[in-house]
Design a protein around this ligand. Structure first.
Ligand SMILES: [Zn+2]
Length: 128
């Protein structure tokens, strides 16, 4: 999809340059106006392409984040290069907001819960 944008913008730009060359030769006001409109449309297309590229980059980051996460028991773990696990991470925050919030050992007097998310406040018992 990104490549189609780039190809289309390049084709339009090449066309604009060809039209400009013709306009310079015949000095036609109508053609010059059309060139101005074409260049304006190309500027819009370039902005849209840049915005889309940024959005695609963000989606790729989210997809990579998702693909690295393993749901095991009731918790998420990030699979590192080499297969080691990092974590655990809060399943509530990850499923709701795509945020990898590291769980903290629960130091409160609740021996049945091992972990607590300091972002959403949820307690987790990793033994179930
Ligand atoms: Zn959380």
């Amino acid at each position: 999809m990104v490549a189609e944008y780039v190809t289309s913008i390049k084709a339009a730009w090449d066309l604009a340059k060809a039209i400009k060359t013709s306009a310079d030769a015949i000095d036609d006001a109508q053609i010059k106006l059309q060139i101005a409109e074409l260049i304006s449309a190309l500027a819009d297309a370039k902005i849209e392409a840049a915005e889309n590229a940024e959005r695609i980059s963000e989606l790729e980051r989210l997809l990579k984040n998702k693909s690295e996460m393993l749901f095991e028991g009731r918790l998420y773990y990030r699979i590192l290069d080499g297969g080691n696990k990092d974590g655990p991470f809060c399943p509530t925050c990850f499923d709701k907001d795509d945020k990898g919030i590291r769980l903290q050992p629960n130091s409160e007097d609740r021996s049945y819960d091992d972990w607590r998310c300091h972002a959403c406040g949820t307690y987790y018992d990793s033994s179930t």
